[in-house]
Design a binder for this molecule. Sequence first.
Ligand code: C2E
Ligand code: CA
Ligand code: CA
Length: 532
Amino acid sequence: MRRSRAIIALLFIAVLAALGPPLAAVYLAQQQGLDAEFNRALEYARVVVSRSDRAVEQMRLANALLHDEFSRNPGDSCSDQLLLRMQQLSIGMEFIKIAGAVRNNRLICSTLGRHDSGLELGPADVVTSNGTSLRYQSPLPTDENVPYVSLERLGFIAMTNRNQALDISMDREGVLFGTFDAFTNEMRTSNFPGNTNWVLQTQGVMESAFVDGDYIVAVVRSDNVRFTGAVAAIPIRYLNGRVQEFMLLLLPLAVIAGLIISFAIVYLARQQSSLSTQIRLGLKRNEFFLVYQPVVDVSSRQWRGAEALLRWRRKGGEIVYPDAFIPIAEQTGLIKALTERVIELVEQDLGAFLSSAPGFFVSINLSARDLQSDAALDLLLDLKRRTGADSGQIMVEITERLLLDPDRAAKVVHLLRSRGIHVAVDDFGTGYSSLSYLETIPFDALKIDRLFVEAIDKEAATSRVVLHIIEMAKTLGLKLVAEGVETEAQASYLRERGVAFAQGWLYAKPVSPERLIQHFAKSGDQPPTVES
Ligand code: C2E
Ligand code: CA
Ligand code: CA
Protein backbone atom coordinates (compact mmCIF):
# COMPACT_ATOMS: atom_id res chain seq x y z
CA MET A 1 0.00 0.00 0.00
CA ARG A 2 2.68 2.48 1.09
CA ARG A 3 4.90 1.25 -1.68
CA SER A 4 2.35 1.72 -4.42
CA ARG A 5 1.61 5.20 -3.12
CA ALA A 6 5.32 5.99 -3.28
CA ILE A 7 5.44 4.75 -6.86
CA ILE A 8 2.48 6.90 -7.83
CA ALA A 9 4.13 9.91 -6.19
CA LEU A 10 7.35 9.15 -8.03
CA LEU A 11 5.58 8.87 -11.39
CA PHE A 12 3.77 12.11 -10.69
CA ILE A 13 7.05 13.89 -9.98
CA ALA A 14 8.64 12.33 -13.07
CA VAL A 15 5.76 13.53 -15.27
CA LEU A 16 6.01 17.01 -13.78
CA ALA A 17 9.74 17.02 -14.41
CA ALA A 18 9.17 15.93 -18.00
CA LEU A 19 6.58 18.65 -18.58
CA GLY A 20 8.55 21.47 -16.97
CA PRO A 21 11.03 22.25 -19.74
CA PRO A 22 8.47 22.09 -22.61
CA LEU A 23 6.13 24.41 -20.72
CA ALA A 24 9.03 26.73 -20.11
CA ALA A 25 9.87 26.49 -23.82
CA VAL A 26 6.32 27.47 -24.83
CA TYR A 27 6.44 30.42 -22.50
CA LEU A 28 9.88 31.40 -23.72
CA ALA A 29 8.85 31.09 -27.37
CA GLN A 30 5.90 33.37 -26.72
CA GLN A 31 8.09 35.94 -25.00
CA GLN A 32 10.72 35.76 -27.69
CA GLY A 33 8.10 36.04 -30.43
CA LEU A 34 6.53 39.02 -28.77
CA ASP A 35 9.89 40.69 -28.27
CA ALA A 36 10.81 40.11 -31.90
CA GLU A 37 7.52 41.54 -33.16
CA PHE A 38 7.69 44.52 -30.81
CA ASN A 39 11.13 45.28 -32.17
CA ARG A 40 9.96 44.86 -35.72
CA ALA A 41 7.01 47.22 -35.18
CA LEU A 42 9.25 49.77 -33.49
CA GLU A 43 11.65 49.49 -36.39
CA TYR A 44 8.85 50.25 -38.88
CA ALA A 45 7.67 53.24 -36.87
CA ARG A 46 11.22 54.55 -36.59
CA VAL A 47 11.65 54.37 -40.35
CA VAL A 48 8.46 56.35 -40.85
CA VAL A 49 9.57 58.92 -38.29
CA SER A 50 12.97 59.32 -39.86
CA ARG A 51 11.48 59.69 -43.36
CA SER A 52 9.03 62.19 -42.06
CA ASP A 53 11.86 64.02 -40.26
CA ARG A 54 13.85 64.10 -43.48
CA ALA A 55 10.88 65.55 -45.33
CA VAL A 56 10.53 68.32 -42.76
CA GLU A 57 14.26 69.04 -42.82
CA GLN A 58 14.23 69.30 -46.61
CA MET A 59 11.22 71.63 -46.53
CA ARG A 60 13.00 73.87 -44.03
CA LEU A 61 16.14 73.86 -46.12
CA ALA A 62 14.24 74.64 -49.33
CA ASN A 63 12.58 77.59 -47.63
CA ALA A 64 15.85 78.89 -46.29
CA LEU A 65 17.53 78.62 -49.68
CA LEU A 66 14.72 80.49 -51.40
CA HIS A 67 14.78 83.17 -48.75
CA ASP A 68 18.56 83.58 -49.09
CA GLU A 69 18.22 83.99 -52.81
CA PHE A 70 15.49 86.57 -52.28
CA SER A 71 17.57 88.52 -49.71
CA ARG A 72 20.37 88.88 -52.20
CA ASN A 73 18.04 90.46 -54.78
CA PRO A 74 15.09 91.78 -52.79
CA GLY A 75 12.00 92.91 -54.66
CA ASP A 76 10.13 90.28 -56.62
CA SER A 77 9.69 86.94 -54.87
CA CYS A 78 8.55 85.48 -58.22
CA SER A 79 11.56 86.63 -60.25
CA ASP A 80 12.84 84.38 -63.04
CA GLN A 81 15.83 83.64 -60.92
CA LEU A 82 13.68 82.44 -58.02
CA LEU A 83 11.35 80.44 -60.28
CA LEU A 84 14.38 78.62 -61.63
CA ARG A 85 15.57 77.97 -58.11
CA MET A 86 12.16 76.54 -57.19
CA GLN A 87 12.34 74.10 -60.08
CA GLN A 88 15.86 73.05 -59.13
CA LEU A 89 14.77 72.37 -55.55
CA SER A 90 11.83 70.14 -56.46
CA ILE A 91 14.00 68.13 -58.79
CA GLY A 92 17.05 67.94 -56.54
CA MET A 93 15.45 67.12 -53.21
CA GLU A 94 13.83 63.76 -52.69
CA PHE A 95 10.91 64.95 -50.62
CA ILE A 96 10.25 68.36 -52.16
CA LYS A 97 7.48 68.18 -54.72
CA ILE A 98 6.72 71.87 -55.04
CA ALA A 99 8.48 75.02 -53.85
CA GLY A 100 6.88 78.43 -54.13
CA ALA A 101 6.16 81.89 -52.78
CA VAL A 102 3.09 82.85 -50.72
CA ARG A 103 1.26 86.04 -50.04
CA ASN A 104 -1.81 86.25 -47.78
CA ASN A 105 -2.44 82.50 -47.81
CA ARG A 106 -2.26 82.41 -51.61
CA LEU A 107 0.38 80.63 -53.65
CA ILE A 108 1.49 83.30 -56.11
CA CYS A 109 4.16 81.32 -57.95
CA SER A 110 5.80 77.91 -57.67
CA THR A 111 7.73 75.17 -59.40
CA LEU A 112 4.72 75.08 -61.71
CA GLY A 113 5.13 78.74 -62.79
CA ARG A 114 3.35 81.97 -61.97
CA HIS A 115 -0.24 81.68 -60.73
CA ASP A 116 -1.74 84.93 -61.88
CA SER A 117 -4.39 85.55 -59.27
CA GLY A 118 -2.78 83.16 -56.87
CA LEU A 119 -4.04 79.81 -55.52
CA GLU A 120 -5.95 79.84 -52.25
CA LEU A 121 -4.14 77.71 -49.64
CA GLY A 122 -6.43 78.34 -46.72
CA PRO A 123 -5.32 79.11 -43.17
CA ALA A 124 -2.42 77.23 -41.58
CA ASP A 125 -3.21 74.27 -39.35
CA VAL A 126 -0.39 75.08 -36.97
CA VAL A 127 1.77 78.17 -36.60
CA THR A 128 4.88 77.51 -34.52
CA SER A 129 6.61 79.99 -32.24
CA ASN A 130 9.28 80.83 -34.85
CA GLY A 131 6.63 81.78 -37.39
CA THR A 132 6.51 78.58 -39.39
CA SER A 133 3.05 77.76 -40.78
CA LEU A 134 2.13 74.13 -41.32
CA ARG A 135 -0.68 72.91 -43.54
CA TYR A 136 -1.48 69.23 -43.51
CA GLN A 137 -3.89 69.21 -46.45
CA SER A 138 -2.73 71.68 -49.06
CA PRO A 139 -4.92 71.45 -52.14
CA LEU A 140 -3.19 71.75 -55.50
CA PRO A 141 -4.69 72.47 -58.84
CA THR A 142 -2.52 70.01 -60.71
CA ASP A 143 -3.39 66.96 -58.73
CA GLU A 144 -6.20 67.17 -56.26
CA ASN A 145 -5.92 63.54 -55.25
CA VAL A 146 -2.38 63.80 -53.96
CA PRO A 147 -2.43 65.09 -50.41
CA TYR A 148 0.34 67.58 -49.69
CA VAL A 149 1.90 68.74 -46.46
CA SER A 150 3.40 72.19 -46.62
CA LEU A 151 5.75 74.31 -44.57
CA GLU A 152 5.69 78.07 -45.04
CA ARG A 153 8.13 80.56 -43.62
CA LEU A 154 9.09 84.17 -44.46
CA GLY A 155 6.97 84.19 -47.62
CA PHE A 156 8.21 80.94 -49.11
CA ILE A 157 6.67 77.50 -49.02
CA ALA A 158 7.77 73.91 -49.65
CA MET A 159 5.40 71.00 -50.17
CA THR A 160 5.81 67.28 -49.90
CA ASN A 161 3.62 64.32 -50.72
CA ARG A 162 1.94 63.33 -47.49
CA ASN A 163 2.15 59.64 -48.19
CA GLN A 164 5.78 59.63 -49.15
CA ALA A 165 6.93 59.11 -45.56
CA LEU A 166 4.72 56.02 -45.37
CA ASP A 167 5.95 54.74 -48.67
CA ILE A 168 8.40 52.18 -47.34
CA SER A 169 9.04 48.96 -49.10
CA MET A 170 7.45 46.11 -47.18
CA ASP A 171 7.78 42.36 -47.13
CA ARG A 172 4.52 42.04 -45.21
CA GLU A 173 0.92 42.70 -46.06
CA GLY A 174 -1.63 44.40 -43.90
CA VAL A 175 0.78 46.48 -41.83
CA LEU A 176 -0.75 49.79 -40.78
CA PHE A 177 1.26 53.01 -40.84
CA GLY A 178 0.52 56.53 -39.85
CA THR A 179 2.10 59.77 -38.79
CA PHE A 180 0.68 62.06 -36.20
CA ASP A 181 1.16 65.52 -34.82
CA ALA A 182 2.93 65.14 -31.52
CA PHE A 183 1.50 68.43 -30.26
CA THR A 184 -2.16 67.81 -30.97
CA ASN A 185 -1.97 63.99 -30.99
CA GLU A 186 -4.00 64.02 -34.20
CA MET A 187 -3.25 61.63 -37.00
CA ARG A 188 -1.84 63.40 -40.04
CA THR A 189 -1.52 60.68 -42.58
CA SER A 190 -2.23 56.98 -42.46
CA ASN A 191 -3.04 54.03 -44.64
CA PHE A 192 -5.95 53.18 -42.32
CA PRO A 193 -8.73 55.10 -40.59
CA GLY A 194 -6.40 56.62 -38.00
CA ASN A 195 -6.66 55.34 -34.44
CA THR A 196 -5.80 58.22 -32.14
CA ASN A 197 -6.22 56.00 -29.06
CA TRP A 198 -2.86 54.44 -29.72
CA VAL A 199 -1.30 57.89 -29.84
CA LEU A 200 -3.14 59.16 -26.79
CA GLN A 201 -2.35 56.20 -24.59
CA THR A 202 1.39 56.62 -25.20
CA GLN A 203 1.45 60.35 -24.67
CA GLY A 204 4.75 61.61 -23.28
CA VAL A 205 6.61 58.38 -24.16
CA MET A 206 9.25 58.49 -26.89
CA GLU A 207 8.92 54.84 -27.89
CA SER A 208 6.47 52.18 -26.88
CA ALA A 209 5.20 48.86 -28.15
CA PHE A 210 2.15 46.90 -27.03
CA VAL A 211 -0.56 44.52 -28.12
CA ASP A 212 -3.99 45.91 -28.86
CA GLY A 213 -6.62 43.54 -30.12
CA ASP A 214 -5.46 42.10 -33.41
CA TYR A 215 -2.39 44.26 -33.72
CA ILE A 216 1.11 44.63 -32.35
CA VAL A 217 1.39 48.39 -32.13
CA ALA A 218 4.45 50.61 -31.92
CA VAL A 219 4.32 54.36 -31.38
CA VAL A 220 7.49 56.41 -31.86
CA ARG A 221 7.96 60.14 -31.42
CA SER A 222 10.73 62.03 -33.13
CA ASP A 223 13.46 63.46 -30.93
CA ASN A 224 14.61 65.46 -33.91
CA VAL A 225 11.56 67.26 -35.20
CA ARG A 226 9.48 67.78 -32.15
CA PHE A 227 6.07 67.67 -33.75
CA THR A 228 6.38 64.36 -35.62
CA GLY A 229 5.32 60.91 -34.49
CA ALA A 230 4.59 57.61 -36.21
CA VAL A 231 2.49 54.55 -35.60
CA ALA A 232 3.10 51.08 -37.02
CA ALA A 233 0.74 48.19 -36.38
CA ILE A 234 1.49 44.61 -37.40
CA PRO A 235 -1.36 42.10 -37.63
CA ILE A 236 -1.16 39.62 -34.75
CA ARG A 237 -1.00 36.65 -37.15
CA TYR A 238 2.67 37.49 -37.74
CA LEU A 239 3.29 37.05 -34.02
CA ASN A 240 1.77 33.59 -34.08
CA GLY A 241 4.04 32.68 -36.96
CA ARG A 242 7.05 33.97 -35.10
CA VAL A 243 6.11 32.06 -31.94
CA GLN A 244 5.83 28.90 -34.00
CA GLU A 245 9.30 29.51 -35.41
CA PHE A 246 10.78 29.76 -31.92
CA MET A 247 8.73 26.79 -30.76
CA LEU A 248 10.11 24.60 -33.54
CA LEU A 249 13.55 25.55 -32.36
CA LEU A 250 13.07 25.21 -28.59
CA LEU A 251 10.48 22.50 -28.16
CA PRO A 252 12.51 19.49 -29.31
CA LEU A 253 15.38 20.47 -27.01
CA ALA A 254 12.98 21.06 -24.14
CA VAL A 255 11.27 17.72 -24.61
CA ILE A 256 14.64 15.98 -24.58
CA ALA A 257 15.70 17.89 -21.45
CA GLY A 258 12.42 17.02 -19.74
CA LEU A 259 12.83 13.35 -20.55
CA ILE A 260 16.42 13.32 -19.32
CA ILE A 261 15.44 14.93 -16.04
CA SER A 262 12.54 12.60 -15.45
CA PHE A 263 14.61 9.54 -16.33
CA ALA A 264 17.28 10.74 -13.92
CA ILE A 265 14.69 11.12 -11.17
CA VAL A 266 13.29 7.65 -11.76
CA TYR A 267 16.77 6.19 -11.99
CA LEU A 268 17.95 7.76 -8.74
CA ALA A 269 14.75 6.81 -6.95
CA ARG A 270 15.07 3.23 -8.13
CA GLN A 271 18.68 3.11 -7.07
CA GLN A 272 17.73 4.42 -3.69
CA SER A 273 14.89 2.03 -3.32
CA SER A 274 17.10 -0.81 -4.41
CA LEU A 275 19.66 0.23 -1.80
CA SER A 276 16.99 0.32 0.87
CA THR A 277 15.78 -3.09 -0.25
CA GLN A 278 19.35 -4.30 0.11
CA ILE A 279 19.66 -2.82 3.60
CA ARG A 280 16.49 -4.67 4.54
CA LEU A 281 17.93 -7.89 3.12
CA GLY A 282 21.24 -7.24 4.86
CA LEU A 283 19.41 -6.96 8.16
CA LYS A 284 17.64 -10.24 7.51
CA ARG A 285 20.91 -11.93 6.59
CA ASN A 286 22.74 -10.53 9.59
CA GLU A 287 25.29 -8.69 7.49
CA PHE A 288 25.70 -5.76 9.90
CA PHE A 289 28.29 -5.78 12.65
CA LEU A 290 29.96 -3.34 15.00
CA VAL A 291 33.54 -2.24 15.46
CA TYR A 292 34.60 -0.24 18.50
CA GLN A 293 36.89 2.75 18.48
CA PRO A 294 38.57 3.24 21.85
CA VAL A 295 38.06 6.50 23.70
CA VAL A 296 41.21 7.22 25.69
CA ASP A 297 42.21 9.29 28.67
CA VAL A 298 44.30 12.04 27.07
CA SER A 299 46.95 12.07 29.86
CA SER A 300 47.44 8.34 30.47
CA ARG A 301 46.24 7.02 27.10
CA GLN A 302 44.33 4.32 28.91
CA TRP A 303 41.22 3.04 27.15
CA ARG A 304 38.23 4.32 29.04
CA GLY A 305 35.45 3.46 26.69
CA ALA A 306 34.61 2.85 23.04
CA GLU A 307 32.30 4.18 20.36
CA ALA A 308 30.26 1.56 18.50
CA LEU A 309 30.58 2.11 14.74
CA LEU A 310 28.41 0.22 12.29
CA ARG A 311 29.79 -1.80 9.36
CA TRP A 312 28.06 -3.77 6.63
CA ARG A 313 29.71 -6.85 5.17
CA ARG A 314 28.07 -7.48 1.78
CA LYS A 315 27.69 -10.92 0.28
CA GLY A 316 30.96 -10.78 -1.64
CA GLY A 317 32.84 -9.79 1.52
CA GLU A 318 33.02 -6.10 0.67
CA ILE A 319 32.79 -3.85 3.75
CA VAL A 320 30.48 -0.85 3.42
CA TYR A 321 31.00 2.19 5.66
CA PRO A 322 28.10 3.96 7.33
CA ASP A 323 28.36 7.16 5.28
CA ALA A 324 27.19 5.10 2.29
CA PHE A 325 24.00 3.76 3.86
CA ILE A 326 23.05 5.74 7.01
CA PRO A 327 21.72 8.78 5.06
CA ILE A 328 19.46 6.57 2.92
CA ALA A 329 18.36 4.60 5.96
CA GLU A 330 17.44 7.93 7.56
CA GLN A 331 15.47 9.04 4.52
CA THR A 332 13.56 5.82 4.15
CA GLY A 333 12.86 5.21 7.84
CA LEU A 334 15.03 2.09 7.88
CA ILE A 335 17.26 3.73 10.46
CA LYS A 336 14.91 2.49 13.18
CA ALA A 337 15.60 -1.12 12.29
CA LEU A 338 19.34 -0.40 12.04
CA THR A 339 19.44 1.24 15.46
CA GLU A 340 17.55 -1.69 16.89
CA ARG A 341 20.18 -4.00 15.41
CA VAL A 342 23.02 -1.82 16.80
CA ILE A 343 21.54 -2.07 20.29
CA GLU A 344 21.16 -5.85 19.94
CA LEU A 345 24.76 -6.13 18.74
CA VAL A 346 26.11 -4.06 21.63
CA GLU A 347 24.36 -6.43 24.00
CA GLN A 348 25.78 -9.48 22.18
CA ASP A 349 29.30 -8.05 21.93
CA LEU A 350 29.77 -6.37 25.29
CA GLY A 351 26.82 -7.39 27.49
CA ALA A 352 28.86 -9.61 29.78
CA PHE A 353 31.96 -7.43 29.57
CA LEU A 354 30.20 -4.28 30.79
CA SER A 355 29.33 -5.78 34.18
CA SER A 356 32.89 -7.06 34.60
CA ALA A 357 34.41 -3.67 33.77
CA PRO A 358 32.43 -1.09 35.76
CA GLY A 359 34.69 1.84 34.78
CA PHE A 360 34.22 1.27 31.05
CA PHE A 361 31.60 2.91 28.84
CA VAL A 362 30.21 2.16 25.40
CA SER A 363 28.92 4.93 23.20
CA ILE A 364 26.08 4.41 20.70
CA ASN A 365 25.25 6.75 17.79
CA LEU A 366 21.61 7.72 17.37
CA SER A 367 20.20 9.62 14.49
CA ALA A 368 17.74 12.47 14.93
CA ARG A 369 15.01 10.30 13.48
CA ASP A 370 15.50 7.69 16.24
CA LEU A 371 14.42 10.19 18.81
CA GLN A 372 11.14 11.16 17.21
CA SER A 373 9.49 8.16 18.81
CA ASP A 374 10.10 6.32 22.08
CA ALA A 375 10.99 2.98 20.45
CA ALA A 376 14.78 3.51 20.53
CA LEU A 377 14.61 4.89 24.08
CA ASP A 378 12.76 1.79 25.30
CA LEU A 379 15.36 -0.46 23.67
CA LEU A 380 18.19 1.46 25.34
CA LEU A 381 16.54 1.16 28.75
CA ASP A 382 16.08 -2.60 28.13
CA LEU A 383 19.75 -2.86 27.19
CA LYS A 384 20.81 -1.21 30.41
CA ARG A 385 18.50 -3.37 32.48
CA ARG A 386 19.49 -6.65 30.84
CA THR A 387 23.25 -6.04 30.94
CA GLY A 388 23.12 -4.69 34.47
CA ALA A 389 25.28 -1.76 33.33
CA ASP A 390 26.07 0.92 35.88
CA SER A 391 25.05 4.51 35.51
CA GLY A 392 27.23 6.10 32.81
CA GLN A 393 28.36 2.83 31.24
CA ILE A 394 26.03 3.37 28.34
CA MET A 395 26.27 6.67 26.50
CA VAL A 396 24.37 7.86 23.43
CA GLU A 397 25.68 10.34 20.90
CA ILE A 398 23.18 12.63 19.27
CA THR A 399 23.86 15.33 16.73
CA GLU A 400 22.79 18.94 16.94
CA ARG A 401 20.09 18.24 14.40
CA LEU A 402 17.93 16.82 17.16
CA LEU A 403 18.04 20.23 18.78
CA LEU A 404 15.95 21.71 16.01
CA ASP A 405 13.13 20.46 18.23
CA PRO A 406 14.37 21.65 21.65
CA ASP A 407 11.30 20.52 23.61
CA ARG A 408 11.63 16.95 22.39
CA ALA A 409 15.38 17.06 22.95
CA ALA A 410 14.96 18.22 26.56
CA LYS A 411 12.45 15.46 27.22
CA VAL A 412 14.64 12.73 25.73
CA VAL A 413 17.78 13.86 27.55
CA HIS A 414 15.97 14.09 30.89
CA LEU A 415 14.47 10.64 30.49
CA LEU A 416 17.76 8.97 29.52
CA ARG A 417 19.81 10.65 32.24
CA SER A 418 17.24 9.86 34.89
CA ARG A 419 17.78 6.18 34.01
CA GLY A 420 21.58 6.41 34.12
CA ILE A 421 22.26 6.64 30.39
CA HIS A 422 24.63 9.45 29.52
CA VAL A 423 24.14 11.77 26.56
CA ALA A 424 26.85 13.39 24.40
CA VAL A 425 26.46 15.98 21.66
CA ASP A 426 28.21 14.52 18.58
CA ASP A 427 30.06 16.52 15.91
CA PHE A 428 29.82 19.55 18.14
CA GLY A 429 30.30 22.87 16.36
CA THR A 430 29.21 21.72 12.90
CA GLY A 431 25.50 21.94 13.51
CA TYR A 432 22.72 24.39 13.11
CA SER A 433 22.14 25.17 16.73
CA SER A 434 22.22 28.26 18.77
CA LEU A 435 24.36 27.48 21.75
CA SER A 436 21.71 28.46 24.25
CA TYR A 437 20.41 24.89 24.40
CA LEU A 438 23.61 23.86 26.22
CA GLU A 439 22.51 25.87 29.24
CA THR A 440 19.01 24.50 29.38
CA ILE A 441 19.54 20.83 28.46
CA PRO A 442 21.84 18.91 30.83
CA PHE A 443 24.18 16.98 28.53
CA ASP A 444 27.08 14.95 29.91
CA ALA A 445 29.65 15.48 27.19
CA LEU A 446 30.54 17.31 24.00
CA LYS A 447 32.41 15.60 21.19
CA ILE A 448 34.56 18.17 19.42
CA ASP A 449 34.28 17.50 15.71
CA ARG A 450 37.32 16.27 13.79
CA LEU A 451 37.21 19.42 11.68
CA PHE A 452 38.32 21.57 14.61
CA VAL A 453 40.91 19.09 15.86
CA GLU A 454 42.42 19.01 12.38
CA ALA A 455 42.73 22.79 12.45
CA ILE A 456 44.86 22.76 15.61
CA ASP A 457 48.26 22.53 13.95
CA LYS A 458 47.27 24.83 11.13
CA GLU A 459 47.16 28.56 11.38
CA ALA A 460 43.52 28.53 10.35
CA ALA A 461 40.87 30.69 11.93
CA THR A 462 39.02 27.49 12.81
CA SER A 463 41.84 26.57 15.16
CA ARG A 464 40.64 29.22 17.57
CA VAL A 465 37.21 27.60 17.71
CA VAL A 466 38.67 24.70 19.73
CA LEU A 467 39.68 27.13 22.44
CA HIS A 468 36.18 28.56 22.62
CA ILE A 469 34.63 25.12 22.82
CA ILE A 470 37.01 24.11 25.60
CA GLU A 471 36.28 27.27 27.59
CA MET A 472 32.56 26.88 27.20
CA ALA A 473 32.57 23.21 28.20
CA LYS A 474 34.55 24.08 31.32
CA THR A 475 32.07 26.81 32.28
CA LEU A 476 29.14 24.47 31.81
CA GLY A 477 30.82 21.54 33.54
CA LEU A 478 30.66 19.27 30.49
CA LYS A 479 33.10 16.47 29.71
CA LEU A 480 34.97 16.87 26.41
CA VAL A 481 35.90 14.19 23.91
CA ALA A 482 38.09 15.29 21.01
CA GLU A 483 37.48 13.33 17.83
CA GLY A 484 39.88 12.43 15.06
CA VAL A 485 43.17 13.04 16.87
CA GLU A 486 45.91 12.01 14.46
CA THR A 487 49.08 13.79 15.57
CA GLU A 488 51.13 14.17 18.73
CA ALA A 489 50.90 17.92 18.34
CA GLN A 490 47.12 17.78 18.48
CA ALA A 491 47.28 15.43 21.48
CA SER A 492 49.58 17.67 23.53
CA TYR A 493 47.61 20.78 22.60
CA LEU A 494 44.44 19.12 23.92
CA ARG A 495 46.17 17.75 27.01
CA GLU A 496 47.64 21.14 27.91
CA ARG A 497 44.20 22.71 27.72
CA GLY A 498 42.62 20.14 29.98
CA VAL A 499 40.60 18.09 27.51
CA ALA A 500 39.97 14.78 29.29
CA PHE A 501 39.15 12.31 26.51
CA ALA A 502 40.09 11.71 22.92
CA GLN A 503 39.51 9.38 20.03
CA GLY A 504 41.53 9.01 16.90
CA TRP A 505 43.97 7.05 14.83
CA LEU A 506 46.85 8.30 16.95
CA TYR A 507 45.55 6.09 19.78
CA ALA A 508 43.62 3.35 18.03
CA LYS A 509 41.57 2.58 14.97
CA PRO A 510 38.19 0.90 15.44
CA VAL A 511 38.67 -2.74 16.56
CA SER A 512 36.53 -5.87 16.75
CA PRO A 513 34.74 -6.56 20.06
CA GLU A 514 37.00 -9.59 20.65
CA ARG A 515 40.09 -7.45 20.24
CA LEU A 516 38.62 -4.84 22.60
CA ILE A 517 37.91 -7.33 25.35
CA GLN A 518 41.26 -9.05 24.78
CA HIS A 519 43.04 -5.76 25.30
CA PHE A 520 41.73 -5.54 28.84
CA ALA A 521 42.29 -9.22 29.60
CA LYS A 522 45.93 -8.97 28.52
CA SER A 523 46.77 -5.88 30.44
CA GLY A 524 44.95 -7.34 33.48
CA ASP A 525 44.43 -3.81 34.62
CA GLN A 526 41.16 -1.89 34.75
CA PRO A 527 41.31 0.24 32.77
CA PRO A 528 44.73 -0.53 31.30
CA THR A 529 47.33 1.53 29.47
CA VAL A 530 47.80 1.15 25.77
CA GLU A 531 51.12 -0.53 24.98
CA SER A 532 53.20 1.30 22.42
P1 C2E B 1 31.07 9.82 13.84
O1 C2E B 1 30.07 9.49 14.88
O2 C2E B 1 31.66 11.19 13.87
O3 C2E B 1 32.18 8.73 13.94
C1 C2E B 1 33.51 9.00 13.83
C2 C2E B 1 34.03 8.63 12.49
O4 C2E B 1 35.36 9.11 12.34
C3 C2E B 1 34.10 7.13 12.24
O5 C2E B 1 33.86 6.87 10.87
C4 C2E B 1 35.55 6.82 12.58
O6 C2E B 1 36.03 5.65 11.95
C5 C2E B 1 36.23 8.05 12.04
N1 C2E B 1 37.50 8.30 12.72
C6 C2E B 1 37.88 7.97 13.99
N2 C2E B 1 39.11 8.41 14.27
C7 C2E B 1 39.56 9.06 13.15
C8 C2E B 1 40.78 9.73 12.82
O7 C2E B 1 41.73 9.86 13.61
N3 C2E B 1 40.87 10.28 11.58
C9 C2E B 1 39.88 10.15 10.68
N4 C2E B 1 40.04 10.69 9.47
N5 C2E B 1 38.69 9.53 10.97
C10 C2E B 1 38.55 8.97 12.19
P2 C2E B 1 32.80 5.84 10.40
O8 C2E B 1 32.87 4.61 11.25
O9 C2E B 1 32.94 5.69 8.94
O10 C2E B 1 31.45 6.53 10.76
C11 C2E B 1 31.00 7.62 10.05
C12 C2E B 1 29.75 8.18 10.62
O11 C2E B 1 28.66 7.27 10.46
C13 C2E B 1 29.81 8.43 12.11
O12 C2E B 1 30.46 9.60 12.38
C14 C2E B 1 28.36 8.42 12.49
O13 C2E B 1 27.78 9.70 12.25
C15 C2E B 1 27.75 7.43 11.51
N6 C2E B 1 27.57 6.16 12.21
C16 C2E B 1 28.46 5.19 12.44
N7 C2E B 1 27.89 4.16 13.13
C17 C2E B 1 26.60 4.51 13.33
C18 C2E B 1 25.49 3.88 13.99
O14 C2E B 1 25.58 2.80 14.57
N8 C2E B 1 24.30 4.56 14.00
C19 C2E B 1 24.16 5.78 13.43
N9 C2E B 1 22.99 6.39 13.49
N10 C2E B 1 25.20 6.41 12.81
C20 C2E B 1 26.40 5.77 12.77
CA1 CA C 1 29.68 9.55 16.88
CA1 CA D 1 31.48 12.64 15.53
